[in-house]
Design a protein around this ligand. Structure first.
Ligand code: BGC
Length: 440
């Protein structure tokens, strides 16, 4: 392989989300969910990585690696802890974070909502409630005013699919964790509306900034029997949200793996028939959507190499997804806003980055407008219901001491960022095949 060169001005970064790193997000729905009996949460987030206070050192570390972009989220539950009460101290805090990012020579990318809701919004029905999109818009406008004009990129709502399905089809263990098709449909509509309002708010308050959805996406493979079910999954997990992104300046692409769905040949006509017959679709859609990573490897090819999350190890899934989204919106800018791997062995992360970037470069060589690559995550952090066991960080965190350890993968990504090039030498990593290779 020869050296792969990326365009000048490419965004090279790492991402975090407030609830996963800041700690003590006590007014949020997740804080309660982590403590409620019977939820899938294995442990509470607690003080997380104390990034709320340690952000200056974390941001300086990110900059010292050679990266040029930091994607982070602002926390609605801190900013508006009670309806209509905006906390000026918290708005100042996030303004200080933006200033710190810029003072380190980095480009800030701000996510307005990453999974969590203020407790009072959740109590009113969260995204299923009619009022929520308008309340979200009001909050976004306050944030946009407070952060000033130094933020060129805004992600609106992070992975609305994960929120809607996780909350109302129980797939990904989000609060309130019920199974209710009607509520799920309402949440989808609320999230799409909230997203559109946030884009309009960015355009209105900060006309110089770009706004986009951060979309959950997967590479998907199937056989003839599974095709109607997989098409449906793609439609409701990705396309309904993509359709709501027509006015976006960019699409944030977030891909970790691919899903493989095999069904008997007869399943195809049966699925088609059931979907055409109301009210059978109410029964079948949730079942089809529930066909996912509930158990490790459920949707991976038999014998596939799996990550710590039980997902198929598939760094190159990114390229097929970028191609698919570019076909959906020809000419729209794309930014990879998340791509990463949970592993105890950093050699695996190195390999993931190298192979992911090589595949992405292949797609870019076809003329696709990819503006950046932001790795998930800057730090080992609170992986939602799975707690602190999965390690996604370019930088390790010892939660007892809050000590940070820069991993070789971080140095590698920083070097690629600094030079704008993935060299043939860097790309020569021998694949780790099995858990035994990784010493598990
Ligand atoms: C989310 C992150 C999460 C990551 C790994 C994405 O779905 O945006 O918050 O930690 O995937 O699961």
């Amino acid at each position: 392989m020869s050296d792969l060169t990326f365009p000048p001005g490419f965004l090279w970064g790492a991402a975090t989300a407030a609830h996963q790193v800041e700690g003590d997000n006590v007014n949020s729905d997740w804080w309660d969910w982590e403590r409620a009996p019977g939820t899938p949460c294995v442990e509470p987030s607690g003080s997380a990585c104390e990034h709320y206070t340690l952000y200056p050192q974390d941001i300086a570390l990110l900059a010292s690696l050679g990266l040029n972009t930091y994607r982070f989220s602002v926390e609605w539950a801190r900013i508006e802890p009670a309806e209509g009460t905006f906390d000026a101290k918290e708005l100042d805090h996030y303004r200080a974070v933006v200033d710190c990012v810029r003072a380190n020579g980095l480009t800030p990318m701000v996510t307005l909502n990453h999974f969590t809701l203020p407790r009072w919004v959740a109590a009113q029905g969260g995204w299923t409630a009619k009022r929520t999109p308008a309340l979200f818009e009001r909050y976004c406008r306050r944030v946009l005013e407070a952060l000033g004009d130094g933020v060129p990129w805004y992600c609106t709502i992070n992975e609305p699919t994960a929120v809607a399905s996780g909350a109302y089809l129980s797939g990904w263990g989000q609060p309130p964790g019920v199974v209710d098709y009607g509520l799920w449909r309402k949440a989808v509509a609320g999230l799409v509306d909230g997203h559109k309002r946030a884009v309009a708010a960015v355009h209105d308050v900060r006309p110089g900034a770009k706004a986009g959805l951060a979309i959950f996406s997967l590479d998907r493979i199937t056989n003839a029997g599974g095709k109607p079910a997989m098409d449906l999954k793609c439609r409701v997990e990705e396309e309904v949200f993509l359709e709501g992104a027509a006015d976006d300046d960019f699409i944030g692409v977030q891909t970790y793996t691919r899903h493989y769905l095999y069904m008997r040949r007869l399943a195809a006509p049966l699925t088609r028939m059931a979907l055409a017959l109301r009210p059978l679709d109410r029964l079948i859609v949730p079942r089809i959507l529930a066909l996912k990573t509930a158990a490790p490897g459920t949707l991976a090819l038999p014998g596939a190499r799996l990550t710590q999350m039980g997902w198929e190890y598939r760094p190159d899934a990114l390229a097929s997804v970028v191609r698919r989204i570019a076909r959906f919106y020809p000419g729209k800018d794309l930014v990879v806003t998340e791509h990463g791997v949970a592993t105890l062995d950093d050699r695996e992360r190195v390999e993931f980055i190298v192979h992911g970037l090589a595949a992405l470069h292949g797609a870019m060589a076809e003329g696709l407008r990819v503006r950046g690559y932001i790795h998930w995550s800057l730090l080992d952090n609170f992986e939602w219901a799975a707690g602190y066991r999965p390690k996604f960080g370019l930088i390790g965190v010892d939660r007892a001491t809050q000590e940070r350890t820069v991993r070789p993968s971080a140095r590698l990504l920083g070097e690629i960022a600094r030079t704008g090039r993935l060299t043939a030498d860097q790309a020569t990593v021998s694949p780790l095949r099995t858990g035994a290779d990784r010493g598990e």
